[in-house]
Design a protein around this ligand. Structure first.
Ligand code: UGA
Length: 465
C-alpha cells in the first residue's frame, strides 16, 4: 500500500513537471491516468470513451442493469452520433470497461468523475439527490490521493457543500480534493465537441489536483485549448452563465425572426451578417420553435431560482424564459394561418426530439407544439428518425409512424420541427402527391423557399420572406 502510494506520488510529480503551460498540448511519452466515471448517461459515456481514447484507463459505473447490459454488449442506450463506435473500440482495446460496483470501481483510481443527472425539482431548483448519495457512499472509501471531479451540472455552491459532507463523513478529514469541471457538450455533436472544446474549465483549490485534471484533458488534445483554472464556485457559475447566454441568444434571434416576418425581411440574411461580427459570432443564430432539451430549460430554472433566493432580479433571463413559451404559440399560429382552425385537421409532424441528431425528447419544443395542436383538436401523425416509440408514447398523444411519407398522407399541413437533414432530402414532389393540402410550416428554416414554392406549396418559415 505504502509503496503503491509513493509510486503514485512519483507519477504525479513527473506529470507536474510535464505541465508547463496552460494552453499548449503535451508532448513526449505520456502515461495514462486511471479514471472512474460515475454515470453512463450521455455526458458520462462521452467523457468515459473520450478519456479512454486519450489513452487513459477508464471504468464507467452504471447502476441501471438494462443500460449496463447494453453497454457491455457494445450498444448505446440512446442515440448519439459517433459515440457507439467510440465506446466499442475503446472497450475492445481494453481501455474502457463498465461496472455496476461503485465502491469497487473507485479502487486504485486517480480521478473519479461524477456525471450523474441533476434534474429539476418541482420548484425548479436542481435535484442533487443522486450526487449526494454517491458522495456519501464513497466518502469513507476515498483516499487523499484520489480526486473527486464534478462534471454534472451543479448549482453554484455545490462543491463547497459536498466538501462539508465529505469532511463530516470522514470524521473531520478534508484531504480529498474536489474539482469542478463542467462540460459544454452539445447533444448530437458531443463526440466532436469533446475532442474540439472551446475551453476546459477546472475549478478547485488544490494545485496538485488541478494539475492532474488538466493533464487528463491535455493528454489527448492535439490543438492548444484554453484551460481556465479557477475556484469551484466560479467554475460552477461559468456553466450556468454560458447556458443562460445561449438561451438568450437563441431567444433573441427568435424574436428577430418574428419582427422580420412582420416587415418582410429575411432573418437568415440578417443573422448571417450579424454573425460575421466576431463580437456576436455566427453560432446559435438559427431561429426555431424555441430552445429545449435536458439542459437549457433546467439550467435556466436553477439559475433563476438561485437569483431569487439571493434577492437578485434577473429580468432579462426571466423574459428569455417567457419568450421561449411564446415561441411555441407562434409556431401554432403559423399553422392556423395556413389551415384556419386546427380542429379535425390532419397535421404531419416531422421531428419530435428537442433538436436533430439526438433521440432525446426531454423538454422538446417539438413535442410541446404537437401537444398544443392536439389539444386544439388536430390529428397529428409524427415521424422522427431517432425517437423511441415507447418514450414518445409517454409524452405525446401523436400517432408515431415509421416513414415521413406515412406522416404526410392526407395531411392538411406539414410542420417541420427539427432540423434533420433527411427532411431536407425528402422527395418533396412525391410528398405533394400524398398530402390533402400543400401547406408547410418550416419551423427550422431548413427548406429552400423558392424550391418548395415552385412545387406549389404554401410555405411559411421563421422570419424568411
Ligand atoms: C447545451 C449547450 O449548448 C452545451 O454547451 C451544454 O454542454 C449542454 O447544453 C449542457 O448543459 O449539458 P444541448 O442541450 O445539447 O447543449 O443543445 P443545444 O445545441 O445547446 O440546443 C439547445 C436548444 O436550442 C435546442 O432545442 C436547439 O434546437 C435550440 N437551438 C440551438 C436553436 O433553436 N437555434 C440555435 O441556433 C441553436
Amino acid at each position: 500500500m505504502a509503496s503503491s502510494e509513493s509510486s503514485r506520488r512519483d507519477v504525479s510529480q513527473s506529470r507536474s513537471q510535464q505541465l508547463a503551460g496552460e494552453a499548449i498540448p503535451l508532448s513526449g511519452p505520456l502515461t495514462g491516468v486511471k479514471i472512474c466515471v460515475i454515470g453512463a448517461g450521455f455526458v458520462g459515456c462521452v467523457a468515459a470513451a473520450g478519456f479512454a481514447k486519450f489513452g487513459h484507463t477508464v471504468v464507467c459505473v452504471e447502476k441501471s442493469p438494462d443500460r449496463l447490459a447494453q453497454l457491455k454488449d457494445g450498444r448505446l442506450p440512446f442515440y448519439e452520433r459517433d459515440l457507439e463506435d467510440l465506446v466499442r473500440c475503446n472497450v475492445e482495446c481494453k481501455r474502457l470497461s463498465f461496472s455496476s460496483q461503485l465502491e469497487d470501481a473507485i479502487e486504485g483510481q486517480e480521478a473519479v468523475f461524477i456525471t450523474v443527472g441533476t434534474p429539476s425539482k418541482q420548484d425548479g431548483r436542481a435535484d442533487l439527490t443522486a450526487l449526494e448519495e454517491i458522495v456519501v457512499t464513497l466518502s469513507e472509501r476515498l483516499q487523499p490521493h484520489q480526486i473527486l471531479v464534478l462534471k454534472s451540472t451543479v448549482p453554484v455552491g455545490t462543491a463547497r457543500w459536498l466538501k462539508e459532507i465529505l469532511r463530516q463523513n470522514r470524521h473531520g478529514d478534508n484531504t480529498v480534493p474536489i474539482i469542478s469541471s463542467p462540460e459544454f457538450l452539445r447533444e448530437g455533436t458531443a463526440v466532436y465537441d469533446f475532442f474540439h472544446p472551446h475551453r476546459i474549465v477546472i475549478g478547485g483549490d488544490s494545485p496538485k489536483a488541478i494539475q492532474v485534471i488538466s493533464y487528463i484533458y491535455r493528454m489527448g488534445m492535439t490543438n492548444p485549448v484554453p484551460i481556465i483554472i479557477t475556484n469551484n464556485q466560479t467554475a460552477e457559475m461559468i456553466k450556468y452563465a454560458s447556458n443562460a447566454f445561449l438561451a438568450a441568444k437563441i431567444g433573441l434571434v427568435n424574436e428577430l425572426a418574428k419582427l422580420c416576418d412582420s416587415v418582410g425581411v429575411n432573418v437568415m440574411e440578417v443573422a448571417r451578417a450579424m454573425g460575421l461580427d466576431s463580437r456576436i459570432g455566427h453560432e446559435f443564430l438559427n431561429p426555431g420553435p424555441g430552445w429545449g432539451g435536458s439542459c437549457l430549460p433546467k439550467d435556466l430554472k436553477e439559475f433563476l431560482g438561485l437569483a431569487d433566493s439571493r434577492g437578485v432580479s434577473l429580468s432579462i433571463l426571466q423574459a428569455v424564459k417567457q419568450a421561449n413559451q411564446e415561441q411555441l404559440d407562434y409556431v401554432v399560429s403559423k399553422v392556423k394561418r395556413l389551415v384556419g382552425t386546427v380542429k379535425n385537421k390532419h397535421i404531419g409532424a416531422f421531428g419530435l426530439t428537442f433538436k436533430a441528431e439526438t433521440s432525446d425528447l426531454r423538454d422538446s419544443p417539438a413535442i410541446a407544439v404537437v401537444e398544443r395542436l392536439i389539444d386544439e383538436g388536430a390529428k397529428v401523425k409524427a415521424f422522427d428518425p431517432a425517437a423511441k416509440d415507447e418514450e414518445v408514447r409517454l409524452l405525446s398523444k401523436a400517432q408515431l409512424v415509421r416513414s415521413p411519407y406515412d406522416a404526410v398522407r392526407d395531411a392538411d399541413c406539414i410542420v417541420i420541427l427539427t432540423e434533420w437533414s433527411e427532411f431536407q432530402l425528402l422527395d418533396w414532389k412525391k410528398v405533394a402527391k400524398l398530402v390533402r393540402h400543400l401547406n408547410i410550416i418550416d419551423a427550422r428554416n431548413i427548406l429552400t423557399p423558392e424550391v418548395v414554392r415552385g412545387y406549389g406549396y404554401n410555405y411559411l418559415s421563421m422570419g424568411q420572406v
